[in-house]
Structures are given as C-alpha cells and as structure tokens.
Ligand binder design. Structure first.
Ligand code: AHG
Ligand code: MN
Ligand code: MN
Length: 316
C-alpha cells in the first residue's frame, strides 16, 4: 500500500487500514474484536491497581487474578463471535471449543504477559496468534495473523495479517489510529535484551553476548517480553534473547503463546526469529506449553548468534 503521508495517518484507524490492505472480512473483524478486548484488559489493570487504594499486601493475589481475568475477557469476546472455533492460552490446560466448530480461525493467547510487573508500573502486554489450521502443525503452516497490545504510557497495538507489521495507538476517543506503517528493520541495531541468569548461560551464548558488548550494544531488558520486543520493532533493530540455560535447555518462553506470534510480526518487519539454529515458525510444537530458546530481532544479530551457537566462531 502506498506510504500514507503523516498528515493523513491520523485518520487511518485500524478497521480502515485492514480494509485498505484487502484483508478478508472475518479476519478483519476478528483482529478488530481482539484490539477492542485490549481496551477492556487495560481497564481491568487500572481497576486492579490496589496501590491506589493502599491494599498492597493483598496486591500479590490481585496480580495473579489479572492473568485469569484477562484470559476470561478474551475467551468471552471470542466465544460465538462467529469467526473462532477454538481458543488456547497460557491460562488454559487444553485447547477449548469456543464456537460451533465450523468457524475459520483458532486463537492463541498469552492474555497478560509480564503480570508480575504490574506493581512496578512497568509496561506489560497481551500476545495473540491467529491460526487457520491446527496450532500443533507449526507456525509457518497455521499462523495467518498475529498481534500484541502494549499497556504502557500509551496503549499501542501492532498487528500483521501477512501485509507487513503496523503500529496503532489508542487515542483519547478510544480509536486505534495508525502511528507506524510497514515497520521495517535495518540490517542491524544497537540494543540487546538478554534474559536468563549469566551464570546459567552456555559458553557459546556467553561468547555471543560478549561479541555484542564489544560492538557497543546497549542493554535494554525490562523483564516484560512485549515491551522488550516492541522496542526492537520501534527502534528498527537489535536483538532479544532468552537462551537455553544450564538446567532448562528449552529456556523459559512458550513457543505457541509467546514466540510464534512475535516471530510472525518480526519476520513481517524484515527481521528473524530462531531458537538459535532453526526458524521459530518452522518448529512443529510437540506440546501446547512447549518452551523454546529464542533469538529474535534484526538479521545481523540473529545470524551472528547462529555462528556462535554452532561453534562456527569463537571470535569475540
Ligand atoms: P508471563 O508473565 O506471561 O509468565 O511471561 C513472563 C516472561 C516474559 O514476559 C519475560 O520475557 C520473562 O518472563 C522474564 O523472565 P525473567 O524474570 O526470568 O527475566
Ligand atoms: Mn508470557
Ligand atoms: Mn502470561
């Protein structure tokens, strides 16, 4: 789609953008419904903020409830929407039926990623994958769209239905308006977002991180996967990694609920996402809650990780 001038961008809302991109009507409606759900979850976060009422001691229980209440909000919004036959989320033990059975799509959700950060007022988010086929066939076969909502100083939403990755911001009128269209990463960036404890990293991973540090990368790690990924898309480059660790060879992050949607969005923005060797979207999940090491961001950083992890270089 021709680049829209800044002057007119403010009038492109999410629905109009998807219509102009020629996205099929049920998928447009589904993405729109989920974006609206982000507004409900945001008000739930506000409501539950016991700091305002001074109930910090019970706040911990409130935080945990946020995961479940966010999950309930999404599930209710999708149930009998007419577009979704199944729903799977981090908060559910199995894939659940939410339609009559013939609907086109299956939705996966990390309803609230980073909920343990709510009391610190750091940004958190909702991660969504939209699949046509079974979610256990592999992201490159089943995923047709992905999106996330970031609950930060602004509420922003990035989506792709295979038409590039685009950011929208929720304005005062409650509309998602286009803020960054066709986000495209450079060959490399200058930020690195590195998870896991240094003492638990493999030597190959440690050498890779040392290489980035030698090249002057700046550390940007909030502990919230959504804002940590979002900064790489908005700054047009860099790398996020949560690697295999001594004791947890599959790392921490979940393939279906967290990594596949972010890999889809990052690839649509010209970036890459691997487990250190193979593309995240090519991995066929064995189980619903399968975890996986992740290297995601601009090409140079993800390809350099591969060199170190495969032992093809040890040059720091
Ligand atoms: P969730 O809140 O959905 O369980 O996800 C938390 C994840 C993710 O947000 C982040 O990248 C990671 O936990 C941070 O882990 P550490 O606290 O080990 O850094
Ligand atoms: Mn998560
Ligand atoms: Mn979560």
């Amino acid at each position: 789609m021709e680049n829209i001038s800044d002057a007119t961008k403010q009038f492109i809302d999410l629905r109009r953008h998807m219509w102009m991109a020629g996205i099929e009507v049920d998928l447009r409606r589904l993405i729109w419904q989920i974006a609206v759900t982000g507004k409900y979850i945001s008000s739930k976060i506000q409501e539950s903020n016991r700091k305002l009422a001074g109930f910090e001691n019970i706040y911990g229980e409130e935080q945990l409830a946020l995961d479940r209440s966010s999950d309930e909000i999404i599930k209710q919004q999708l149930a009998f929407s007419g577009f979704v036959r199944q729903y799977a989320s981090e908060e559910q033990d199995s894939i659940i039926q939410v339609g009559k059975g013939g609907e086109k799509y299956i939705v996966t959700a990390d309803p609230l990623d980073g909920s343990s950060l709510v009391d610190t007022n750091l940004a958190i988010g909702t991660i969504i994958g939209i699949h046509r086929e079974s979610i256990l066939t592999g992201g490159d076969k089943s995923l047709v769209a992905a999106m996330y909502v970031t609950y930060g100083p602004l509420i922003t939403m990035i989506y792709s239905a295979g038409n590039g990755s685009h950011e929208f911001v929720l304005n005062r009128e409650g509309e998602y308006v286009l803020s960054e269209e066709n986000i495209t990463l450079g060959e490399r960036g200058n930020i690195y977002s590195i998870g896991g404890l240094r003492k638990d990293w493999s030597q190959e991973h440690l050498n890779y991180i040392r290489r980035l540090e030698k090249e002057g990368y700046k550390l940007r790690y909030s502990g919230g996967f959504v804002p940590d990924i979002n900064q790489i898309l908005i700054k047009r480059g860099g790398v996020f990694t949560y690697p295999a660790l001594k004791g947890t060879p599959n790392g921490k992050l979940r393939l279906i609920f967290e990594l596949q949607p972010m890999a889809f969005l990052m690839e649509q923005a010209g970036g890459m996402a691997t487990d250190g060797r193979q593309s995240i979207l090519s991995i066929k999940p064995e189980t619903l809650d399968q975890r996986c090491p992740i290297y995601i961001g601009s090409k140079y950083e993800v390809e350099t990780a591969k060199l170190f992890l495969e032992g093809n270089t040890t040059t720091i």
